[in-house]
Design a protein around this ligand. Structure first.
Ligand code: HEC
Length: 138
């Protein structure tokens, strides 16, 4: 009894899979083409690569510190989201300098009453790398 019920179901499932399988392989083919046409463009952008390397150094430093307990990239947590920070400040030397100092010595008043804790163990250079990464997240 059960088999009679199941047979049409199994059959249509097989047919659906066959049709679906056909269109699936088409999409993956076009996806592959798109991906491979982008690859050479990336390789030619040497300057972008250097900038990305610098940015990822800052990202790595942020990863090692306690920053993520208070900051996220997209949304406000205890402190502002990094994208908000990037929109507020231009990536000028003066701003990078000022924000690096703020990360090291902590402080409040730019975004609200809540203060950022000081990070006295951070070197100025590392703090600057972090700021460069944050300001690259526009
Ligand atoms: C205890 C929570 C906390 C931690 C940990 C923390 N922050 Fe913050 N951060 C804040 C708050 C709150 C503000 C907003 C301060 C203000 O209103 O001026 C802020 C502001 C900032 C700003 C913008 C400063 C400005 O003057 O506009 C930057 C950049 C920043 N944080 C980076 C970092 C980095 C990098 C780390 C890790 C080394 C870090 N924060 C760790 C809470 C934190």
């Amino acid at each position: 009894m059960r088999m009679r019920f199941l047979a049409p179901v199994v059959l249509s499932a097989v047919l659906l899979a066959a049709c679906g399988g056909g269109s699936d392989s088409k999409t993956t083919e076009t996806e592959k083409k798109e991906a491979s046409s982008e690859a050479p463009v990336d390789n030619s952008m040497v300057d972008t690569k250097a900038a990305e390397a610098a940015a990822s150094k800052g990202a790595g430093l942020i990863e090692q510190k306690d920053c993520k307990t208070c900051h996220k990239v997209d949304t406000k947590l205890v402190g502002p989201g990094y994208k908000e920070v990037a929109q507020k400040y231009e990536a000028t030397d003066a701003n990078i300098e000022m924000l690096a100092d703020k990360i090291i010595s902590g402080g409040s008043g730019h975004w609200g009453e809540v203060a950022m804790t000081p990070h006295a163990d951070l070197s100025k250079d590392d703090a600057k790398e972090m700021v460069k990464y944050i300001l690259s997240l526009k």
